[in-house]
Design a protein around this ligand. Structure first.
Ligand code: ADP
Length: 193
């Protein structure tokens, strides 16, 4: 590794409200990692009124996952479009075992293998509280209480199994993410250096 220090291709893994987006953004700003977040990309598509955005809307409003093939195509294009020399942080992908398989195949093809999966650990009760607060602040319609329950159920049913799948192939570390964003960032940096 030369000069710039950390070079990591990583997945930030955790339930909705665990702070993946905040941490990924800090890694981008402070360490130049490419922040790849399908949720943000989909919201941009919706705001721009593209066909993809219109198609994704009904799933997002219901707290359900957008079909794998759509997401995988979007991520593939995103990763192919630019490669940050500092590495990338995937925030909100993969969310199904099918997505994880496709990811591993595409990264092997691109010769940009994953270095690490970081799990942000937050108890369920805290998540519900955090998302409730965010609903007021950011006006994200999927933070409404009735949709939050659905998103957490999807996480347990479809996304948690991804950890088992990836855990056989990539190192996994868990971080306590109940503290402030700064403290979580410090703990995260410790496992990245
Ligand atoms: P959070 O992690 O707080 O749930 P995101 O912004 O990552 O929020 O995702 C918002 C919504 O976007 C999801 O509920 C889902 O409808 C859609 N979405 C995001 N990432 C994926 C993905 N990898 N696969 C399928 N749908 C996704």
């Amino acid at each position: 590794m030369e000069g710039t220090g950390l070079r990591r291709n990583l997945i930030l893994f955790g339930p909705p409200g665990s702070g993946k987006g905040t941490q990924a953004e800090l890694l981008r700003q402070r360490h130049g990692l490419d922040h790849v977040a399908p949720g943000d990309m989909l919201r941009e598509h919706r705001a721009a009124g593209t066909e993809l955005g219109r198609m994704a809307s009904s799933y997002m409003e219901a707290g359900k996952l957008v079909p794998d093939e759509v997401i995988v195509r979007m991520i593939r294009e995103r990763l192919e479009a630019g490669s940050s020399p500092g590495g990338f942080v995937l925030d909100g992908f993969p969310r199904t075992v099918g997505q994880a398989r496709e990811l591993q195949a595409m990264l092997a093809e691109m010769e940009r293998p994953l270095d690490l999966v970081v799990v942000l650990d937050v108890p369920e009760a805290d998540l519900v509280e955090r998302l409730g607060k965010r609903a007021g602040l950011e006006q994200r319609e999927d933070d409404r209480p009735e949709v939050v329950g659905q998103r957490l159920a999807v996480y347990h049913e479809q996304t948690e199994p991804v950890l088992q799948y990836l855990g056989d192939q990539v190192p996994v570390v868990r971080i306590d993410a109940t503290t402030s964003a700064e403290v979580v960032n410090q703990n995260l940096m410790r496992v990245l250096i």
